[in-house]
Design a protein around this ligand. Structure first.
Ligand code: PMP
Length: 316
């Protein structure tokens, strides 16, 4: 679907996957005016399809669009477009237990600009792909390295919105980490170089006894929908949840560390390397109890194996 600066999107159409034509002087190609989302569809054993909290993705795209000076689809337009795209691609949703269909909505400045300015026209696209586990480790623990040379986001920047440039800025740190054998990078804040932020594509949680702590959303990390959901699930299981500044030193004392995200779901962290020192977690010899419990609770909701008492799923 397309729209001008008035923000009124035309009706969308379903077209076969393939290259799209883009103006060489479009806002997205020249000035990074692009925003995306990510959500998943799961197939239930009765063959119906479940979406997980798609309105949350729609709302996050709207917040991000404001920051990027772009108009965005309404929540209703967004959710409707996701539903239609998934239904048209139903055969690509893997069988129950064999993965999910990853849904990627994209919003971009497609109109021509030469001097720096918001584009005069916008395009909203959704494409889908069947996926398995994000990390090759699956539910097995991942190994992270704390990066204090590179930062993902700075205060006042665009770290809290899902804009394409944020991902360009992490490519190099992630490449270096992977070359050294780590699964991903854990970023620290750019001001004090002391507080945990997030991983390249997921949020981070630190478990100590009955307390689960996670960095507060302060404008530099992405407010993950899985993060928000895990907080609610953890509270319902009588854990204490703290959203606050979490110092890198707390990694030394933690019982368990895990990451959350649409792609990674809940990924236990087996080790974190910081300033050359490797901190290992119990999870490295298996999966930590808390991580496993939260993984099971969340995935059984997402896959429709537990009663949806929070009204989080949309059945197609
Ligand atoms: N942080 C970043 C930088 C991400 O790209 C993602 C994935 N969208 C997340 C966190 C997790 O967000 P969500 O749970 O909404 O997928």
């Amino acid at each position: 679907a397309k729209c001008g600066q008035d923000g009124k999107f035309s009706d969308g159409e379903l077209v076969p996957f393939g290259p799209i034509a883009l103006n060489p002087s479009s806002g997205v190609l020249n000035y990074g005016q692009g925003l995306f989302e990510g959500l998943k569809a799961y197939r239930k054993t009765d063959d119906s399809i479940l979406l997980f909290r798609p309105e949350e993705n729609a709302l996050r795209m709207r917040t991000g669009a404001e920051r990027m000076c772009m108009p965005a689809p309404t929540v209703e337009q967004f959710v409707d477009a996701v539903k239609q795209t998934v239904l048209a691609n139903k055969r690509w949703v893997p069988p129950t237990g064999k993965g999910s269909l990853y849904i990627r909505p994209l919003l971009m400045g497609s109109g021509a600009v030469l001097g720096l300015a918001p584009a005069p026209e916008y395009t909203f696209i959704i494409f889908v792909s069947p996926v398995g586990n994000y990390f090759k480790e699956g539910l097995a623990p991942i190994n992270l390295i704390v990066e204090d040379r590179f930062h993902r986001a700075t205060p006042g920047g665009t770290g809290s919105v899902k804009t394409i440039g944020n991902y360009a800025s992490v490519l190099m740190a992630q490449k270096i980490a992977k070359e050294k054998g780590y699964s991903d990078v854990l970023y620290l804040d750019a001001v004090h170089k002391k507080y945990l932020e997030e991983v390249s594509s997921c949020n981070i949680f630190v478990v100590k006894g009955n307390v689960i702590s996670t960095p507060a959303v302060r404008g530099t990390i992405l407010p993950g929908i899985t993060r928000k959901s895990i907080i609610d699930v953890a509270l319902s299981k009588d854990f204490q949840v703290e959203e606050r500044l979490v110092s890198v030193d707390e990694l030394l004392e933690a019982d368990e560390v895990f990451c959350t995200g649409t792609a990674v779901v809940v990924s236990p962290v087996g080790s974190i390397t910081y300033q050359g020192k490797r901190i290992e977690y119990a999870g490295n010899r298996g999966v930590g109890v808390v991580s496993r419990q939260l993984y099971t609770s969340l995935t059984s909701l997402q896959m429709g194996q537990a009663e949806d008492w929070l009204g989080w799923t949309v059945q197609l």
